[in-house]
Design a protein around this ligand. Structure first.
Ligand SMILES: [Zn+2]
Length: 463
């Protein structure tokens, strides 16, 4: 398109209106889209033109479409800085376009001017917009040409929308060049702030919107939705369930076999323990009988020996009694071992699940117990030996007594014989002394007075 087709209005610089910025006016609600920079020209866009441009851009994404932006160029009295407030947009009806360019035609420009004058006489043309279907946000050389020739006012902006990529951006004059601003503001009456927020989310490609004072930010909501909509992990199919059932069945069979084996073994151990218990009882009876019999025999032996008990015999008897007591103690120990084993078996029965180590322990204890049972006959042999020793001792005592009796007899006989010699000697000596006395007395009286009358006495005594 050549410059001849253009209709340039008279070049004049409009005086901006002094107006409070809407984001500092409590009557309005403003939401930032993208990130407006501190040095950018503040651009405020009403929902109506924003929505109209989006719809227009999406109406045909195979070609470039465009139109003009209407509103007010303002100066904020508080800061003295200018801003732009876009309140309307007009679509260009007659245009020459290809997929990669948009050009106002003479007709389209005339029609736009007419419409603006008819519908919005109070509004200024504050810029223009056009679409870049799927090739991003920038100003081509052709776009710059249009802007320089039709929108050269300092506050006039260019708005580019990519309806396929869902991106958009404003461009402003800065030092004679067109540069993109960091962001812009959506602006509406306070009562429309919920719809405004929703629109802002849509324009920033965020799913959902802040509804009814929800505490979540749109981005957080988007993250949550993404997380919640992740595909669930696959549930096990029929094949998996069959495999699981087979596995569980196998494990169950194994467990049953184990428990049955354990029960059989325990019953066998129990039976063997019962047999051993009976054998022990019989052994105890035998030992008791043997012990009492042995005691009676020893008592009899003592009786026979009587009061002349030699110390040697007593000592041997005490030894024998100690051996007997030891035998009884061993018997008691065996019984307690048997009882302990019985308790152990009960424990094992109750804990059939964890057999392993306890099984080995029971086997060991059983082996010890069997060894003890084998030792019992040896005990009996020992008692027999002790009894034979007692009998031998008794024989020795008898022999000793016999020997003692012989010596005593000899001594007594010797003493008797001695006494007999002494007695006879004494008697003989006494008799001799008496005869000598009598003879002495006879001769004494005969010498004194031997009258014949009295001689008869002497003659009588004379032999
Ligand atoms: Zn363009």
């Amino acid at each position: 398109m050549s410059g001849d087709d253009m209709v340039f209005g008279e070049v004049r610089f409009r005086e901006p209106a002094r107006l409070k910025r809407p984001d500092r006016d409590a009557r309005y609600a403003c939401v930032a889209c993208q990130t407006p920079g501190p040095d950018d020209l503040p651009v405020f866009l009403d929902p109506a033109p924003a929505d109209a441009i989006e719809r227009h851009a999406l109406s045909d994404t195979s070609v470039e479409l465009g139109g003009v932006l209407l509103g007010k160029e303002c100066v904020d009295p508080a800061s003295g800085r200018p801003f732009v407030w876009i309140t309307r947009s007009l679509e260009a009806k007659h245009y020459a376009n290809t997929q990669a360019s948009f050009t106002y035609t003479h007709d389209s420009w005339e029609e736009i001017t007419r419409e603006r004058d008819r519908l919005h006489p109070d509004l200024d043309v504050v810029g223009w917009y056009h679409t870049h279907p799927n090739f991003g946000i920038f100003l081509s050389h052709h776009d710059l040409f249009i802007h320089q020739n039709f929108f050269s006012q300092p506050l006039q902006t260019a708005y580019v929308v990519d309806p396929i990529q869902g991106t958009r951006g404003f461009f402003q004059w800065a030092d004679g060049r067109m540069v993109q601003v960091g962001g812009f503001h959506l602006c509406a009456e306070r009562s429309e702030r919920v719809a405004l927020s929703r629109l802002a989310d849509q324009m920033e490609n965020l799913p959902g919107s802040s509804q009814g004072g929800s505490g979540l930010s749109p981005r957080l909501e988007a993250e949550l939705i993404k997380m919640l909509s992740r595909p669930a992990p696959p549930v096990g199919g029929p094949g998996d369930r069959l495999a699981l059932a087979v596995l569980l069945g196998f494990l169950g069979s194994l467990l049953f076999l184990l428990v049955a084996t354990a029960g059989f073994w325990l019953s066998r151990v129990d039976g063997r323990l019962g047999e051993q218990g009976d054998a022990l009882a019989a052994l105890k009876l035998e030992v008791d009988e043997s012990a009492s019999g042995r005691k009676a025999a020893v008592d009899l032996l003592l009786e026979k020996v009587g009061g002349e008990t030699p110390e040697l015999f007593v000592e041997r008897y005490e030894k024998l009694a100690r051996a007997r007591d030891d035998a009884r103690k061993q018997l008691v120990a065996q019984q307690s071992v048997n009882e302990a084993l019985g308790l152990r078996v009960k424990d094992l029965t109750s804990a059939a699940g964890s057999l392993g180590a306890e099984l080995d322990a029971a086997r060991k204890t059983l082996a010890e117990y069997e060894a003890d049972a084998k030792a019992a006959p040896k005990l009996r042999e020992r008692i027999a030996v002790l009894e034979s020793e007692a009998a031998e001792n008794l024989r020795e005592i008898k022999d000793q007594r016999a020997i003692l009796a012989t010596k005593e007899g000899e001594n007594a006989a010797a003493t008797y014989n001695s006494l007999k010699v002494y007695t006879l000697t004494t008697y003989a000596a006494g008799l001799a002394a008496l005869l000598m006395g009598l003879t002495a007395v006879f001769f004494y009286y005969r010498s004194l007075a031997p009258p014949p009358e009295t001689s008869h006495a002497a003659s009588r005594r004379a032999p």
